[in-house]
Design a protein around this ligand. Structure first.
Ligand SMILES: [Zn+2]
Length: 631
């Protein structure tokens, strides 16, 4: 369980130097040191040679694959110097906030910089005396126009530290030196430097070769805890392989789970081609429950090594580190992954609650946002929805539904529809296999690159060819992917013996919006699960409250002539649809208005409930959906 295969190093060094030669350029050299890790910064030295006479631009990235908002990583750079090949100091200019331009060099340039990082998650980086948890786009400058040049990086450990290095970068004969064949691969390769524990296992691939998996765990845990976790991960990895029929060819010779469960980290998980970087602040590996808890993000991120890393949509390939990257299809990349995460844990016997697999149905039904944007449009909104920071008010509570949830709901609907229309012969697994053979499996031009990213039309056409039913594919995409219809979850879930519990008939309703009791009455859109600055949430469209012209900024002063309290507001829910309620409302600026509103039936889908007794058909459906596929 704890064996690291040393032979891999030799193979890789050879391969890596070949790529360097192909480019006809010596590699760009990086030296990284941590002189004062307690102060949360590191120093980076980059050496470029064979530059010719033109100025060299080095820059920080503005985006990072897997997180779709723009991040201004250059803001954390606080000290930059440049030297020529003779060691003479060079000046530089700043044509862009992210760019340092070095002119008048002699063909060689050494750039030194310092950068602060204390946010160890899947996008940013963090340094302290226990570790350096590095996400490359957040931490490393790169040479503009040199994206295809090989890169070599050497880490100098802090004095007296017991740090080791775990990464998907290619190893060399020096344990502290690694290479990447190009910028895309370098940026895709997080590095964990710490006194981590490891556990290794191998699984036979579809072609009977062995695939190697490593866990590198930085956490308060024993070797036994880590080995126990590795056993569970191995079961999961075997189960996941059955969906696609094979593991990808992991370019460095193995796949690494970088698991960083320190309480001062930031909870996150990020996918990469040959590794994943997962951090969790409340995960304890010391108990079986804690290890089980860790599996949720592990299952999701591992599925990504097929879906998004290799089966990849246009718009993400090649990734542009200088700007936000927009794509049609995060509802597949993230949403289908979100669906398969708990589904494959269930198939592997590692999750007892199958409710987690179907939960997206009610989330999709209840979201006001899905009536505003289709799954494709939600994907295109990702640069504003995923890790984006805005200081102004937004209306995301009524116009946005994350493509994680929306996509998981679409995956559920497609999986059940395929099983239904084919009499159990087809499932979403077959669709994923087809995407794999068409788009994921074909080798890219170099490690880190995808040769056949898919379009939205590809997805539609593959569904038609898989089912032999163009009408089914067009109907599904027109309604649920490019349209805003809600799948018939009631009917679909019943196929597997679940019923959909709706709000009881006869329950009156104004809108799903939080109100907050103040001295003047109820402030509309304040509080609730998404409470926070800077502004109240607007009232969702197509609700009685919206249609009455009441929205955020208004204060409800009276309900049927009585003072508006939280209790009086809640009591509206026990009235009948068709009943009238009279609200006295104060606008911003003090205007007083009165509105008489007719209540509608509460449309809330409350939960998915397993039926008490299942028919033979329902049992068979559930078995073929949930039973392990590992032989
Ligand atoms: Zn994901």
């Amino acid at each position: 369980m704890r064996r690291i295969l040393p032979t891999i190093a030799l193979v890789i060094v050879t391969a890596s130097s070949v790529w360097g030669q192909v480019q006809g350029q010596p590699p760009i050299l990086y030296k990284v040191s941590f002189p004062e890790p307690e102060h949360h910064w590191m120093q980076v030295e980059m050496t470029f040679s064979n530059l010719g006479a033109r100025p060299l631009d080095v820059r920080m990235s503005r985006s990072s694959p897997g997180r779709y908002a723009v991040a201004e990583f250059a803001k954390n750079v606080f000290w930059v110097e440049a030297y020529n090949g003779k060691g003479q100091k060079l000046s530089y200019s700043r044509p862009d906030a992210d760019v340092w331009r070095v002119a008048g060099h002699d063909g060689s340039v050494r750039v030194l910089y310092k950068i602060f990082g204390d946010y160890p998650n899947g996008t940013y980086f963090g340094i302290d005396t226990t570790h350096a948890h590095l996400q490359m786009p957040a931490a490393f400058m790169w040479g503009v126009g040199r994206e295809n040049q090989a890169m070599q990086i050497t880490f100098a450990m802090p004095a007296a530290s017991k740090w080791k290095i775990a990464t998907q970068l290619f190893t060399t004969n020096d344990p502290n030196t690694f290479t990447a064949p190009n910028l895309q691969y370098f940026m895709d390769s997080p590095v964990e430097l710490s006194d981590f524990l490891t556990s290794t296992f191998t699984v036979q691939n579809g072609d009977r070769t062995m695939s190697t998996f490593r866990l590198a765990v930085h956490a308060e845990a024993s070797q036994t805890d880590v080995d126990e976790l590795a056993k569970m991960v191995e079961r999961l990895v075997r189960e996941q392989m059955t969906v696609f029929g094979e593991f990808p060819k992991y370019e460095p010779g193995n796949y690494t789970f970088l698991l960083d469960y320190v309480p001062w980290g930031a909870g996150d998980g990020m996918e990469h081609r040959n590794s994943t970087s997962i951090s969790g602040v409340r995960v304890s590996l010391k108990t079986p429950q804690g290890r089980q808890q860790a599996l949720g993000s592990i299952s999701h991120e591992f599925f990504h090594n097929w879906n998004i890393e290799r089966i990849r949509s246009v718009g993400l390939e090649p990734f542009d580190f200088t700007r936000e990257n927009v794509t049609c299809c995060l509802w597949v990349g993230e949403g289908f992954t979100q669906y398969y995460g708990p589904l494959l844990l269930t198939r592997a016997g590692l999750l007892v609650r199958d409710g987690a697999v179907v939960a997206a149905a009610t989330d999709v039904m209840n979201s006001p946002g899905r009536a505003v944007r289709s799954p494709v449009q939600m994907s295109e909104y990702a640069p504003f929805g995923d890790g984006a920071i805005s200081i102004d008010a937004t209306d995301v509570n009524r116009t946005f539904l994350t493509y994680y949830t929306y996509g998981a709901g679409i995956a559920l609907a497609l999986d059940f529809s395929l099983r239904d229309m084919s009499g159990g012969k087809l499932s979403l697994d077959d669709y994923m296999k087809l995407l794999w053979t068409q788009h994921g499996k074909p080798d890219g031009p170099a490690p880190g690159l995808v040769s056949k990213p898919y379009t939205l039309k590809d997805l539609r056409d593959h569904l038609a060819s898989l089912t032999g039913n163009r009408r089914f594919a067009d109907d599904f995409f027109d309604k649920y992917v490019e349209g805003r219809d809600v799948p018939d979850y009631q009917r679909l879930l019943a196929l597997a013996g679940y019923s959909l519990e709706m709000a009881p008939a006869g329950k009156g309703w104004l809108a799903n919006i939080a109100v907050s009791e103040t001295a003047n009455g109820l402030a509309v859109g304040v509080g609730g699960p998404n409470a926070g600055p800077p502004r109240p949430s607007p009232v969702p469209f197509d609700t009685p409250l919206y249609e009455a012209g009441i929205d955020s900024g208004d204060t409800i002063r009276t309900i049927d002539g009585q003072p508006a309290t939280s209790a009086a507001w809640s009591a509206i829910g026990s009235r009948k649809p068709g009943d009238k309620v009279v609200l006295g409302v104060m606008r911003r600026g003090g205007e007083l208005i009165t509105r008489t509103i007719t209540l509608k039936q509460d449309p809330t889908a409350r939960q998915v409930v397993p039926m008490q007794s299942l028919s033979a058909a329902q049992k068979a459906f559930r078995d073929s959906w949930l039973a392990t596929k590992v032989k």
